[in-house]
Design a binder for this molecule. Structure first.
Ligand code: FAD
Length: 392
């Protein structure tokens, strides 16, 4: 079978690319259903973009690479698409937009767009062999136990990263990149809970509080959650993308209230109150209990000198911790690293060296913050490749 464009992967980026690439496009995926990560995202409501999308909210070895695609297909373009399909949405927090209803509405919308553009989708289809000769990609596919050979002028690799292998993630994009001489930025788990030696925070499991977490020089003010295995919550997930094995993170347990100033003010009117009682005004009770095992929290407020109040404040606002690791691919929401952007054209996502080859979405070394940024990258990079294919 001879076609114009073969897209590998019917996830967020692949479906968006097909909707723009148009007739003569075939999308294949080894999964039973398209857009499975969209379906489970945002607790089933899909945080489909972020109002604050800007290049600074993406990590990449080349921070400039994402600019062109993000500018050509913006959060406003996706909001317009969602609204045109009568999908109701709302802003939850920090510019994060979610469906009012189910995330499957987004998958259905992309399928409608793709079909309207004249593209076709084959599910439960695996790539067995891929070659490129005389300007044509030849893909040997297995579908329903039968072999089919597809010949295409253009190949788009949209098979995502390594996160959550249980959901069908594979390293296919990296294998294809290597096959065609593209460099890789070593993939590693991102937006992932951090782990600590067993039992370190066991007594705190379930405690949550607003915190500022800093890793690799970047700070995030969001909720922090203690778990049986270590630390999680949005502030930790965000910081995890900036953290490398062996490094420390810094946790500010009271970013909004200066504990020293709070304790000094309380001392004036309630000198007989114990320090731990007063700390419970600004920190969760179980956390105060835990900290009492590691810091001197004895005595009343009247006994607390300014110097000790300052030292305690420092300890609470500069809690330095060294994670033993992360929960890894099993729970990582995204994959950092991937196909090196040096080898790609930022306007079209096309290979600079191999004619007709494109890489889009999470497979590429562009990773967003938590909060709808990763889908916006999938939409933008998919649209960039699709439009250039349609125009070609
Ligand atoms: C639990 C969870 C929640 C998330 N929530 C959000 C959120 O709310 N907002 C947000 O912006 N981001 C979220 N993300 C991240 C977001 O889902 C991804 O960044 C995005 O889906 C990447 O799109 P993609 O098309 O590049 O890859 P994917 O969506 O992963 O699609 C890749 C496709 O390729 C297929 N595939 C893989 N290997 C092969 C192979 N060998 N052969 C054939 N097909 C293959 C897969 O089956 C899949 O359909 C979440 C991720 C997870 C895991």
């Amino acid at each position: 079978m001879q076609i114009k464009t073969l897209i590998l992967g019917a996830g967020a980026a692949g479906l968006m690319c097909a909707a723009h690439a148009g007739a003569g496009t075939l999308v294949i995926d080894h999964a039973r259903a398209p857009g499975e990560k969209i379906r489970i995202s945002g607790g089933g409501r899909c945080n489909f973009t972020n109002l604050g999308t800007e290049p600074a909210r993406f990590l990449s070895q080349n921070p400039h690479f994402c600019k062109s695609a993000l500018a050509r297909y913006t959060q406003w373009d996706f909001i317009e698409l969602v609204s045109r399909h009568n999908i109701a949405w709302h802003e939850k927090t920090l510019g994060q937009l979610f469906c009012d209803g189910k995330a499957t509405q987004i998958v259905a919308m992309l399928l409608r767009e793709m079909e309207a553009a004249g593209a076709e989708l084959w599910l439960q289809t695996s790539l067995r062999e891929l070659t490129h000769a005389n300007g044509i990609y030849t893909a040997r596919l297995e579908r329903d136990g039968r072999e089919t050979v597809i010949r295409a002028q253009t190949l788009v690799v949209a098979t995502g990263g390594r996160s959550i292998p249980k959901m069908g993630a594979t390293g296919l994009a990296y294998d294809i990149a290597k096959q065609f001489g593209h460099a890789l930025v070593p993939p590693r788990p991102g937006l992932v809970p951090l782990t600590f030696p067993e039992g370190r925070f066991a007594d705190l499991a379930g405690v949550a509080l607003p915190a500022r977490v800093t890793a690799g020089g970047t700070s995030f003010d969001e909720a922090l959650l203690f778990t049986h295995r270590g630390l999680s919550g949005p502030s930790i997930l965000q910081a995890s993308s900036y953290w490398h094995e062996g490094e420390e993170i810094c946790v500010n347990l009271s970013p909004a209230i200066d504990p020293a100033a709070h304790l000094r003010a309380a001392r004036k009117g309630a000198g007989k109150r114990s320090l731990t009682t007063e700390l419970r005004q600004i920190l969760p009770e179980r956390l105060v209990g835990h900290l009492a095992d590691h810091l001197d929290l004895s005595g009343n407020l009247a006994d607390l000198s300014d110097t000790r109040a300052e030292a305690l404040s420092q300890a609470l606002r500069n809690w330095t911790l060294r994670p033993s690791g992360s929960e890894g691919w099993r729970t990582a929401e995204v994959t950092l690293g991937g196909v090196d952007t040096d080898g790609l054209d930022s306007k079209t996502m096309a290979s600079k060296t191999v004619p007709g080859l494109h890489f889009i979405g999470e497979a590429v070394d562009v990773t967003g913050w938590l909060g709808g940024y990763n889908f916006q990258w999938a939409w933008a990079s998919g649209a960039a490749a699709g439009r250039s294919i349609a125009a070609g």
